[in-house]
Write a protein that binds this ligand. Sequence first.
Ligand SMILES: *Cc1c(COP(=O)(O)O)cnc(C)c1O
Length: 402
Amino acid sequence: MENVKERTEELLHEANSSILFVANRPQIVMEHGEGMYVWDTEGKKYLDFIGGWAVTALGHSPKVIADALVQQAGKLINVSPAFYNKPMIEFAQLLTGLSGLERVFFGSTGAEANESAIKLARKYGSVCKGGAYEVITANRSFHGRTLAMMAATGKPQWEQKFTPQMPGFVKVPFNDIEAVRSAITPKTCAVMLELIQGEGGVHEVSLDYVKELRSLCDEQGVLLIFDEIQTGLGRTGRMFAFEHYGVTPDVLTLAKGIGGGFPLSAMLAKEAFNLFEPGDQGGTYTGQPLGMAVGLAVVGELIERKLPAQAAKQGAYLQTKLREVQAKYGLSGIRGKGLLLAFDLPEPRGEELVAACLEAGLLINSSSPQTIRLMPALVVTDEEIDRMMSILCAVMDQLILK
Ligand SMILES: *Cc1c(COP(=O)(O)O)cnc(C)c1O
């Protein structure tokens, strides 16, 4: 036991002295995972309601992903983006069929999928709209961490970072159709939107807004891009969040849950916007066979086990449980869809609550000082939700949160 502690201290010393500092990470080292749980190097077990940041849709280290990786690795790991490969074609067929958008481009990260979407929008602007290049995004949105996506993101704190900012993004208030209407000019080529703002704290668009936005974009010849990197692939209780609103985008971006933990993303577009020419877009790992095999396995599993519906059911159960203790702890604004949920604390003590839960063996996320966000694997059971609630309540009792 002493040995295990010493080895962990050594590892942490190495981590703290060799890994570029980008975040205050807890002083533990994660070692293995199974289902809803992860274990650190000291053998401590954590119930995971962060879900790898809304990524590990099938839970930790599911057999279907391990099997897909082993099988594909034995056949073909990489053949360069210059060639088609079999899992790439199969996965393209699956995603285009599911989404109703006829074309797909694959990437590795969400930011990369969004970059592809913006490049496609600018291509559309240059080919079809007299050089229009501006993209309208929403305040409080999150679209990724590349330089262009930092400019697209609606975080005021980011405006002064890594300047000069990439030009061409115009921000409007969320859920305000008149604001979009007046922001559209002949320079506008697209509007990019999260249907539920994830990083922003789980804020949902209104049905009227989405419907009006669709008509407005059609009327103005402006592309409508939905960033479903966090909301896609069953997370909100439907395969894609746009199904809740009966509105289809021109361009759709997916990442996070699509690979269940393997770095994988996709940008889908309607046939009419199949506009790239050779040299416009690409990437060493686009359609990389291992990623394609994993994506096929993950999405296949989502369909076969009806996990979007399961997420809707479990999310409703989790919301009920939160409402039962809402008055006792002064919680408010319990919100979200499926298993993308959040609530507000009576005081801005999110970080403290997250740290105390970690100590108690529960992983949760505080998306802002007063907001707690929950995004467990889509396979979470009632028992695991009950267990999460009992740890959370015990911790809130201990912090005298009321
Ligand atoms: C996480 C996220 C991104 C960025 O994805 P990365 O894989 O981190 O690049 C973009 N948009 C939304 C809505 C996200 O939640």
